[in-house]
Design a protein around this ligand. Structure first.
Ligand code: SF4
Ligand code: SF4
Length: 364
């Protein structure tokens, strides 16, 4: 949205101000007359300055004061790394005083502080990431959820989990988003299927469009990120996301330093502050270094596939060709880059038929 006078190129280098705007300015000048102009001229600038605050370019662009103007992501990452190391060492000393220098917790905490690295690794050229989940394979064990919490330094005190695993009735596979996502430890149950959900890293992300301060955007490799130092916590993005993928830090997040993952990315798993939004980043700290997300690595049945859509030899392309890829809520027009597919069925057809109440001849 333009807030200044609309200007059109004049061809001779001087911008041409829109005619109606010009007329308005003219009317103001004539109508208000010399008196108004005189009164403006009479204002004591110094007194005025005391009453008002000069607006900086950062204010205009919606960047908070603590994000220094002109600082690159790399510079901010290095600064963050230094701050985190200092904070971590203070926390570690508290633990060591409490439990003794020889305690495992003390040693672990000190070790973690030395290892902290905050990267700002940019997207690789020509790469377009995607993930797919085999609905026939997932056993609902939630190991992906736990691996994600640990890998991404998610608050242990707020119940923030970037992945939800929905438990659905095998026979009534419809109301996905209204379905159950907290369940006991009995999975997998024969009568259920399990559908993990997290950020879909959409091609048309509505969360990005509504952010008033440009704190969230889609990277060239397809990862939708949040800049925690810019986020003002308005939560518009959480409302806009059709998949309920965003998580808000309602209170100060707490992660014990002994459990910190020291391999961090400034737009990913760096510890968050209170009142900022977060969500899955496909483990940007791993994937941009050539690894796979923690959920993919942790899945005991290989239900998750991650890769580069632009690479014809990537596992994700093979799955697309072999089984076809499906998206959740296509009517939202978001074009998710997290897909579902139906690999070879985990349930033998006879068992499946029995669970459906069909008659099966035992000797057949
Ligand atoms: S809460 Fe979401 S919409 Fe609001 S500033 Fe943060 S990222 Fe942007
Ligand atoms: S770890 Fe694998 S099998 Fe377990 S819930 Fe996650 S995707 Fe499903």
């Amino acid at each position: 949205m333009s807030v200044g006078p609309r200007r059109e190129g004049s061809g001779n280098g001087s911008p041409k101000v829109d005619e109606s705007r010009r007329n308005l300015l003219k009317a103001m000048a004539v109508g208000a007359g010399a008196a108004a102009l005189t009164s403006v001229a009479a204002v004591d600038k110094e007194k005025f300055k005391k009453a008002l605050r000069k607006v900086s370019i950062e204010d205009l662009l919606g960047v908070p004061a603590d994000v220094e103007a002109g600082s690159t992501l790399e510079m901010r990452a290095k600064k963050k790394e230094k701050e985190l190391k200092e904070w971590c060492r203070k926390e570690a000393e508290k633990i060591c005083q409490e439990r003794g220098d020889a305690s495992e917790d003390c040693k672990l905490a000190r070790q973690k502080c030395d290892l902290i690295t905050v990267k700002a690794t940019p997207a690789k050229k020509g790469v377009r990431y995607a993930m797919a989940l085999d609905v026939n394979k997932c056993i609902g064990c939630r190991r992906c959820v736990y691996a994600c919490v640990m890998e991404n330094n998610q608050a242990r005190n707020l119940g923030i989990e970037w992945i939800r695993v929905l438990e659905l009735d095998r026979m009534e596979f419809q109301d996905l988003l209204g379905s159950e996502w907290y369940y006991g430890n009995e999975a997998p149950k024969k009568e259920n299927v399990y559908v993990p959900i997290a950020c879909m890293h959409c091609e048309n992300p509505p969360c990005v469009m509504v952010c008033p301060v440009k704190a969230t955007w889609k990277e060239p490799d397809g990862i939708v990120v949040v800049d925690y130092d810019v986020c003002i916590g308005c939560r518009y993005c959480a409302t806009a996301c059709p998949y309920g993928a965003r998580r808000f830090n309602w209170a100060k997040p707490y992660v014990p330093v002994q459990e910190l993952n020291p391999n961090m990315h400034i737009l990913g798993n760096v510890p968050r502050q209170v009142h900022v939004m977060e969500k899955c980043t496909w483990c940007i700290q791993r994937t941009r270094d050539g690894g796979v997300p923690a959920c993919v690595e942790a899945c005991p049945v290989g239900a998750r596939v991650f890769g580069d859509l632009n690479d014809p030899n990537s596992p994700i392309r093979r799955i697309a060709e072999e089984y076809g890829l499906f998206v959740l809520k296509p009517e939202a027009g978001t074009k998710p880059r997290f897909f579902y597919f139906f690999g070879p069925s985990r349930t033998p057809p006879r068992e499946e038929a029995k669970s459906e109440g069909k008659e099966v001849k035992e000797n057949a």
